[in-house]
Design a protein around this ligand. Structure first.
Ligand SMILES: Cc1ncc(COP(=O)(O)O)c(C=O)c1O
Length: 434
């Protein structure tokens, strides 16, 4: 093992031994090398005469660039676009995001957690979690309504065994008891579990009520108290898009500093929240279980995260970090976000109104939804994949079939005035086939 990795592991052993136990073999071996990046950072501060360290080209005291590119980006200073961004992300962005998290998540106030580290959006954050914490055969606990890409990231790439529980109870609440049973059985079998909480959920569009959220947190605490190490990942990709009476913050705040055997990890980002899907700007933030500030543990996790970023992608794109900084600082940011929120909320509520008309009851039920981009129909008498293909071929309407009964509809991309027509067409498609 590299001596730098050993140093980080010793820090963890001393200040949070359970977090050390949670790491995968790769996680234990990770460190941030004192290589080119560290030497370049030192030179940036001290090399006032010639700085011949970093692998970019310079000219006239700044980065070299092509004018045909700069012409299109003339609002930005070349230094904020072309050079590599720091391995953990631009410091201004990290502190602006930290402020935003605190503003929007009252439960995080007074808790201690790491600075957010910039990722290449949430998918990259998920793969960092997988690398740091999953060894082949480790259990990943998920509801059965899940974003399919988790299987690839955690199952195919790291060998996790995905343990699914029913998402909803028969009366349409979040199935906390099923979650509890699944977590307990992993605790008994493995003594370790990675729990992934994704609210607003893809594909169901559900966010738990405050009471359900508290019950999830209490369950996780109870199982940790029984001696199980639990990494709890909040995938907050659709954060903020809460349209009804649900939790309106991430469960990360309530999971932070809760128990020494619980490591909370928050994954969030600008992708869906600020409608910049292609920018690829996200964040990973850690909170351990100790009641006091635990800087050595946060440092060790940050260094290991920087190590895996350096190994896999070197660093995240610089221009999009600059764009997001500009957005977060813009005086119009909050008003513009509110405007788009109202558009999305209008689509969600219209969807519910149309579905509640009773007109389609013979064809489907729908799963509970109150947030995010999506909702799912539960078809009563036709196969979802057969219907999907029929809708495409006959009506030019696209939706996603999740399994035999469930069809996912992204109301996020249907203007409110077309929502009635969309469901009328889907209903007609069902009647054609039934
Ligand atoms: C639940 C969930 N998590 C993460 C992601 C990935 O987000 P990103 O585009 O930021 O990688 C998605 C995207 O569809 C998602 O639905």
């Amino acid at each position: 093992m590299n001596p730098l990795a050993k140093e980080l592991n010793d820090l963890l052993a001393q200040h949070s031994p359970h977090v050390l136990e949670m790491l995968s073999d790769l996680g234990k071996n990770l460190f941030f090398p004192k290589g080119i990046l560290t030497q370049s950072a030192e030179a940036k501060d001290k090399a006032h005469k010639f700085n011949a360290t970093i692998g970019i080209a310079t000219e006239n005291g700044g980065p070299m660039f092509l004018q045909c590119i700069q012409d299109k980006l003339s609002a930005f200073d070349p230094k904020d676009i072309y050079p590599y961004a720091p391995p953990a992300g631009k410091p201004e962005l990290r502190s602006l995001w930290r402020e935003k998290m605190l503003r929007e998540n009252p439960s995080q106030q007074g808790k201690h957690f790491s600075n957010p580290i910039v990722t290449n959006a949430l998918t990259h954050g998920l793969s960092i979690v997988s690398d740091l914490f999953i060894d082949k055969g480790d259990h990943l606990i998920l509801p059965d309504m899940l974003w399919g890409n988790y299987n690839l990231t955690f199952g195919t790439c790291s060998g996790a065994i995905v343990k699914k529980h029913p998402t909803f109870t028969a009366v349409g609440g979040y199935d906390v008891d099923a979650f509890k049973a699944t977590l307990k059985s992993s605790a008994e079998e493995k003594g370790k579990a990675v729990v992934l909480l994704n609210f607003p959920n893809n594909p169901s569009g559900y966010t738990p009520t405050v009471a359900e959220g508290d019950a999830l947190v209490a369950t996780i605490k109870e199982v940790a108290e029984s001696g199980c190490n639990i990494v709890v990942v909040a995938d907050d990709a659709y954060f903020g898009l809460f349209y009804e009476d649900s939790l309106k913050e991430s469960l990360f705040g309530k999971l932070a500093n809760l128990h020494p055997r619980i490591l909370a990890v928050k994954l969030d980002g600008a992708t869906k929240e600020e409608f910049v899907w292609g920018f690829r700007t996200g964040f990973i933030t850690f909170a351990d279980g100790s009641k006091q500030e635990n800087t050595p543990v946060m440092t060790a996790l940050e260094k290991k995260t920087m190590g895996i970023i350096r190994a896999r992608i070197s660093n995240c794109p610089h221009p999009s970090q600059t764009f997001v900084i500009e957005a977060l600082r813009s005086p119009q940011f909050l008003a513009q976000k509110e405007e788009k929120f109202q558009v999305m909320k209008g689509r969600a509520l219209k969807t519910k109104q149309v579905l509640n008309s009773g007109k389609y009851d013979a064809a489907w039920d729908y799963y509970p939804f109150n947030s995010g981009y999506f909702m799912c129909l539960k078809l009563k008498n036709v196969d979802a994949e057969v219907l999907r293909i029929h809708l495409l071929d006959k009506y030019g309407v696209g939706a996603i079939s999740i399994n035999k009964t469930d069809l996912r509809i992204a109301f996020s991309c249907i203007a409110e005035e077309y929502i009635q027509e969309l469901f009328d067409i889907i209903y007609q498609g069902v009647r054609d086939l039934a």
